[in-house]
Design a protein around this ligand. Structure first.
Ligand SMILES: [Zn+2]
Length: 284
């Protein structure tokens, strides 16, 4: 049912898929920059998964939406004292220039018939919750709700510190001016808008008995895992087929292919796959 719904909504031949990421709209949330760095490092690398993604998907990344706030050392606001993540509905070119420019770019891309803006992910850091997790939107259409849950579920398989149980979907009035909420209303029903949050301090994994403090390295690792999850997502949606170019030979790609063959949907990477990747030096 879910898979059929996904295929109905995605026509791989129609247009190029586009993923838009932004970070540091809240200048004090520095872990967001390490995640963003991990995404960029992975996507520009020679890793075979990154090569495949670059062949099929356009990534647009705004690593710092609030540079003046970051420069000043502000926690939440811009130079003029605005929380930019409450002004998506009507940003002013003089009061919120970076937000205004980014919104214009997104609106333009959304109208471009050559591309299909499919993901908007805004990266933040959270001061009270553990782990990485996401906020998504609420829709009346149950099938759309299920489709929206696919990416975080896949990310959960790839990133041990990402928690699906902390992930939630809401329509709080107070969040109406956020990128996730505003763009969720602007983009069509085949698009997904998320806030990706990561704890300022620690994460718990299935096997851990105490919270493990995050480091710069584990934040960037989460970023790399976010990036490679797009391969799983687009394989699931048949945009990326299993018949990869011959010159790409990777234990990771092979193990994922065998997963698809074995389980039919690309979900679930078992311990043997992880061990194999580890022995081949593939970092998660
Ligand atoms: Zn934030």
């Amino acid at each position: 049912m879910l898979k059929k719904g996904l295929q109905d909504h995605l026509n791989p031949e129609r247009e190029k898929k586009l993923v838009f990421l932004s970070a540091r709209v809240h200048p004090g949330e520095s872990p967001a920059s390490f995640i963003c760095q991990g995404v960029i490092d992975f996507l520009v690398s020679q890793h075979p998964v990154a090569q495949i993604l670059r062949d099929h998907v356009i990534f647009k990344i705004v690593p710092m939406l609030n540079p003046d706030g970051v420069y000043l050392g502000n926690y939440r606001c811009s130079l003029m004292g605005f929380d930019l993540n409450r002004h998506w509905q009507d940003p002013s070119p003089w009061a919120h220039p970076t937000l205004h420019a980014v919104k214009q770019l997104i609106v333009q891309m959304n109208q471009d018939p050559r591309v299909s803006l499919e993901f908007y992910i805004d990266v933040h850091a959270h001061s009270t919750m553990l782990n990485g997790f996401m906020y998504g939107n609420v829709f009346e259409d149950e099938e759309r709700v299920q489709r929206q849950a696919v990416f975080p579920r896949l990310l959960c398989q790839n990133a041990p510190d990402f928690s699906f149980s902390n992930t939630s979907f809401n329509q709080d009035v107070v969040k109406a001016g956020t990128g996730r909420r505003f763009l969720g209303g602007l983009l069509d029903d085949t698009s997904y808008c998320y806030t990706l949050e990561v704890s300022f301090y620690s994460y718990m994994t299935a096997g851990s008995t105490a919270p493990v403090p995050y480091t710069e390295e584990t934040y960037t690792k989460l970023g790399r895992n976010v990036a490679r999850t797009f391969l799983d997502y687009y394989k699931l949606n048949n945009l990326i087929k299993d018949n990869r170019p011959i010159h790409i030979e990777s234990s990771e790609v092979m193990s994922q292919t065998s997963n698809v063959n074995r389980k039919g949907n690309g979900f679930g990477r078992d311990a043997a796959d992880r061990e194999k990747e580890k022995s081949m030096g593939i970092r998660h």
